[in-house]
Design a protein around this ligand. Sequence first.
Ligand code: MLT
Length: 329
Amino acid sequence: MRLRLPGLPVVALAAAALLGPASNAALAQPFPNRTVSVIVPFAAGGPTDTVSRLVSEAMAQNLGQSVVVENVGGAGGTLGSQRVAQARPDGYTLLLHHIGMATTPTLYRRLGYDPTGFETIGLVTAVPMTIIAKPNFPAENLQGAIEVIRREREGINYANAGIGAASHLCGLLFMAAINAPMTTVPFRGTGPAMTELLSGRVDLMCDQTTNTTEQINARAVKVFAVTVPQRLGSLPNVPTAAEAGLPGFEVTIWHGLYAPRGTPMEVRQRLSQALQVALRDEKVVRRFRELGTEPEPQARATPDAHRAFWMAEIAKWRPIIQAAGQYAD
Ligand code: MLT
């Protein structure tokens, strides 16, 4: 008896016949038929983690399967990215990462994996940054902070999540803009870095509003600017960098969802469909807005739109990083 399953290509049927009944069942079941893992390449409690958990919970509802977030931090996001690059291309291991996917191919020259070796599923959100300081930092505004940094230079500790992280990129651009170095202190994510900033063990950080909005509104940290052209509704009293005396200093951190190279397009389309529904979920939209960001529009949460944007970003950041001449390895 020939087992015909509607919509499966003939080659799949032939493979199923050769591989036996167990694989028949696996091939016959629609994707996904078990838990999907989303690897976050930074520690729990940080902005990438926050975005990932909100989106994963909403995707799970649409997929009808659990979507579990797993934090694999370290080396500026490359350890977690490598885990996904080397995973089975079956749609069950995904990566939610940010602008680091565009800077890593230039920053890291000796990685154990291809930093462009991923399939795209869709863009997720673009998050503004905030320049913040420990509660007792000796300045009350951005110009005052810049004076302290220019005076103290390497005596100021700047926290980030490792080379390639958004906080690293923002710090690189900030130090270039004010023409003053600081000592950078890397963490496995800006979640743990925030703990050190709150305690005063590090001095400054440039971090995403998804991690800083609540601390700022609670006056638990000092805030000097947001890195976008217009003030944020979630932080109406925080000046833009331009208003604070640093015109043109703009950094926005986009996030995307990826799968290992070779993941079938029909699987990616199904995941993109779930992502698009998640980005319209009222809880996701409300929480994103509370934290200073908006979900990407449906048209950008698709594999092709995401890939076109990602490739353009790699090309944009390559000369900027090469001009700075600062590499991870
Ligand atoms: C970054 O700096 O890249 C992120 O804030 C890291 C994180 O999500 O912890």
